[in-house]
Design a protein around this ligand. Structure first.
Ligand code: FE2
Ligand code: FE2
Length: 527
């Protein structure tokens, strides 16, 4: 059986050969590995079908073929965009990339075959793809900052009751609530902890694995993401899988992220100590042994301290399995991240797609060229990617934001810029995407740009963003009818919003403006 990849026939192996090869190379028990593969549903048909599926959406670059100038690699896009997932997890940017480097080093040491390495690679980069989907729920359970709660939880062994867990609860539950209410909330959280943890992990892992599938990755990548929080002793979530029931990719990803988190927060010695203490409870002891040996001789840390982490991580994708992106792939990735952004809070449900729709309506009426329209749509889909770094405590606050909270909100376009500028393929629109809250009179944010400093794309995005935000229900007000939306927006043009853009959008909605007799209340969106 063969699969044509860029005009070359890749050697296909049967499942038994596949498992046997892996056992031989790993020095592991063949029967155990075969069982593991079957347990994660790795039948021969699935291996072939998964590869076919990935290859139909993402092109593989053959080893013999050098990358043509201008070729965009999927790893280049996903490693850069993973910085957004790090923000959502309350981790310093670069967490996913560093975890990917660690996981790939461990897997190389285990001499996994190239097809395994290629799939593990994307499991590691996308392990947190579902992270935004439980942020709102976590905020409501804890009544506190979800980003801080998520970030700090990574260095707590929450499976053990003791001072560490108690201290975490005291400092992360109902943090701004007066004491009698806080005590009650703490008791409630303690009573429902197991059920809530399972629910939170389930939401996250189901969404994450679905996103991987939608991107065209195989069932094995999806299964690795789905089981990220399973523990070797059966004490993890969502299914309480135990030992070899846990997909290998998931156990490597969990081990790698733990090493990364402790390494960044407390240093090398604490990272080694953390995985040693969790060996056999959270992680496969054999994997831990490998990781500790890599830590001891310094090989694991060397790559993490490099200045250009992205180059480092891109070099780790197996050379003959490198995925390249065409226009459709790039659009699919933008759509997937738009979904991740919008899942952060129910109040922004479908906002990114709504902005993209309004922006393209304006662009079409301006007769923009196809490349310009493509750029505009991608910028619209990703304009709020920096909002993944804003806590739901702020995004879902029913009342007026404090000055400090609004400062956090004002930073989200800056984070959009910081994330998108890492993607060379997005260089021609990252500044415009990050300018969606700028106004022509210079009173917008984050840079206070004005007039001619704002490109047509930036002006279109600003109009499309306000339009979609006003039409949606927000924590501090209900959704507004179209007539009121345009009335409010007209009052903001031409000094704030670009009049021709607004006029084009109204035209697209066959709207003829008739001013209402009463003055409307101001409803300028906060985000
Ligand atoms: Fe925004
Ligand atoms: Fe927005």
């Amino acid at each position: 059986m063969g699969l044509v990849v860029h005009g070359r026939i890749t050697a296909q192996i049967s499942n038994s050969e596949y498992c046997g090869k892996r056992c031989l190379l790993n020095g592991r028990n063949r029967a155990t590995t075969l069982r593991s593969n079957l347990e994660i549903g790795c039948t021969e048909a699935m291996v072939v079908s998964a590869q076919t599926e990935v290859h139909s959406k993402l092109k593989t670059q053959g080893a013999a073929a050098p990358l043509a100038a201008g070729t965009i690699r999927v790893s280049e896009l996903l490693s850069a965009l993973s910085y957004a997932l790090d923000l959502t997890e309350g981790r310093p940017m670069g967490h996913s990339v560093r975890a990917c480097i660690i996981g790939m080093r461990i897997a190389q040491e285990w001499r996994l075959p190239a097809e395994d390495l290629a799939e593990l690679y994307y499991t590691l980069l996308l392990k947190d793809a579902g992270c935004s989907s439980n942020s709102s729920r976590l905020y409501h359970i804890l009544n506190a900052d979800d980003l801080r709660a998520k970030g700090d939880l990574k260095v707590v062994d929450w499976t053990k009751t003791g001072w560490q867990s108690l201290h975490y609860a005291l400092t992360h539950v109902a943090t701004s609530t007066p004491y009698p209410e806080k005590i009650w909330k703490l008791l409630t959280v303690a009573m429902t902890q197991q059920r809530d943890s399972c629910e939170l992990v389930k939401i996250r892992c189901e969404r994450g694995s679905m996103i991987a599938r939608n991107l065209g990755f195989s069932d094995r990548v999806a299964a690795g993401i789905h089981s990220l929080d399973e523990h070797w002793n059966g004490g993890g979530y969502p299914n309480g899988l135990r030992g070899s029931e846990i997909p290998l990719f998931a156990n490597i990803a969990n081990l790698s992220q733990t090493i990364e988190v402790f390494y960044r927060a407390r240093g090398r010695a604490d990272a080694v100590d953390a995985i040693r203490r969790r060996s056999g409870r959270w992680f496969d002891p054999e994997l831990v042994k490998t990781a500790i040996s890599l830590c001891k001789d310094g090989r694991l840390w060397a790559a993490l301290d490099k200045d250009d982490l992205n180059a480092e991580v891109m070099a780790l994708e197996p050379e003959d399995r490198r995925l390249t992106a065409n226009d459709k792939t790039i659009d699919t990735i933008c759509e997937a991240f738009a979904e991740i952004i919008d899942a952060k809070t129910p109040f922004t449900y479908q906002h990114s797609n709504g902005v993209a729709e309004a922006a393209t309506e304006i662009g079409e009426r301006f007769g923009m060229s196809e490349p310009e329209m493509k750029k505009l749509r991608r910028a619209a889909l990703l304009h709020d990617i920096g909002k993944l770094g804003v806590s739901n405590e702020i995004l879902e606050k029913p009342g007026k934001l404090t000055g400090e909270e609004f400062d956090v909100v004002r930073k989200h376009p800056y984070h959009t810029y910081e994330i998108l500028k890492r993607v060379p393929a997005f260089a021609d629109f990252c500044a415009d995407a990050a300018a969606h809250h700028e106004r022509l009179d210079g009173k917008g944010y984050w840079q206070g740009l004005k007039g001619d400093e704002l490109t047509l794309t930036a002006r279109i995005l600003a109009v499309a963003d306000v339009f979609d935000a006003l039409r949606a229900k927000r924590p501090y007000r209900d959704a507004l009818p179209l007539e009121k939306v345009f009335f409010i927006m007209q009052k903001d043009a031409p000094h704030g919003l670009d009049w021709p853009c607004l006029d084009a959008l109204m035209g697209a909605h066959q709207f003829s403006f008739a001013p209402p007799s009463t003055e409307p209340e101001t409803a300028t969106p906060q985000t």
